[in-house]
Design a protein around this ligand. Structure first.
Ligand code: GYE
Length: 326
């Protein structure tokens, strides 16, 4: 029996096909990177994590330690402490919210480990607590959305009723996008805020809070626009609205959204979403560049902003959406 097995193995694995194994001491040393991702709340986030996994591979010379914090800052802080103990060469942090990072970042600094912030940013007095931030300018994104609303409702003399669905409260993405809308509401006498709901960037939660709010109104409110702070909140809001007889699109409620994910752009092509403000999650190649620069002793810029664009249904085709990476 043993002989038969050996023969079979020999037949299946001729010498040339056997996987080559270098002796341990000849393996190139891998650079250990610790990534604290905040969670997987949205399509954007899933694409962002994928970008990290496909960039920091063993083939490229990295050992990736990846921790998903499940939307809890405490978990992110614990992950950073673990990375410090493991003496990683660099910490990449997608910070859930803007405050509460000082102590743990001081610990990283004391250990001589550079921290690169990705996507969202933080508020700290001592900017030397992080080496660089790579992400989007959320206030700019908000202003693009508001500019489109101003253009769309320029000739409307009656009220423009807006429902505002916010992302995770206290995150830089929420703060920037909300600030742009709040300023615009202050500028336009006929713009009125119907309600501000917390969707947490999550589809199911947004569906719930929107449905609850709609059902608690004495009569179905007239809604001209819904300002959704990401695609998943847009999907949740659209579902709640459509179930209650609203139409989303140029003849009905104008949905404004951020991210421009595959599904978001598909809704935009169909007309359900009137405006998509892109927010690019594929940031890992730039993270790698900044890390390499740090490794060579260089000083990176403090902020790198990704280039983004706006989409309305007329700008889109199926082919265009299909060839995008997220
Ligand atoms: O828009 C949303 C997400 O921080 C830019 O977080 C990011 C936002 C993004 O979960 O979908």
């Amino acid at each position: 029996m043993k002989k038969l097995l050996a023969l079979l193995l020999a037949l299946c694995l001729p010498a040339g096909c056997a996987p080559k194994q270098l002796p341990e001491e000849e393996l190139p040393a891998l650079t250990v990177i610790g990534v604290s991702q905040m969670g997987s709340e949205s399509g954007f986030r899933v694409a962002n994590s994928q970008s990290i996994h496909t960039t920091f591979t063993e083939e490229a010379g990295y050992r990736l330690l990846f921790e998903d914090a499940q939307q809890k800052q405490d978990n992110q802080i614990a992950a950073i402490r673990k990375f410090i103990q493991q003496q990683v060469e660099c910490i990449v942090l997608m910070p859930l919210c803007v405050t509460g990072w000082e102590s743990v970042l001081q610990e990283a600094k004391a250990a001589g480990i550079p921290v690169i912030l990705v996507d969202r940013t933080i508020q700290v007095e001592d900017e030397s607590l992080y080496a660089a931030h790579i992400g989007s300018d959320f206030q700019w994104e908000g202003e693009q959305a508001v500019g489109w609303l101003e253009e769309t409702f320029r000739d409307t003399e009656g009220p423009v009723n807006i429902l505002h669905i916010q992302g995770t409260l206290g995150s830089s993405a929420q703060l920037g996008r909300s600030a742009a809308l709040e300023k615009a509401i202050g500028r336009h006498e006929n713009w009125s805020l119907l309600a501000r709901l917390n969707g947490d960037f999550i589809q199911a939660k947004t569906y719930e809070v929107t449905a609850q709010w709609l059902d608690s109104q004495p009569a179905p409110p007239e809604i001209h626009a819904v300002y959704c702070e990401n695609d998943n909140t847009a999907f949740g809001a659209i579902q709640a609205l459509e179930e209650r007889g609203y139409t989303c699109g140029p003849e009905g409620v104008r949905i404004v959204s951020f991210d421009a994910t595959y599904q978001g752009l598909t809704y935009c092509l169909e007309g359900k979403i009137s405006l998509e403000v892109e927010c690019n999650p594929m940031m890992a190649p730039l993270v790698e560049e900044v890390f390499q620069l740090l490794k060579e002793g260089g000083t990176p810029d403090k902020h790198y902003y990704t280039r983004e664009q706006l989409f309305t249904p007329e700008d889109l085709t199926r082919e265009f959406i299909d060839q995008r990476a997220y």
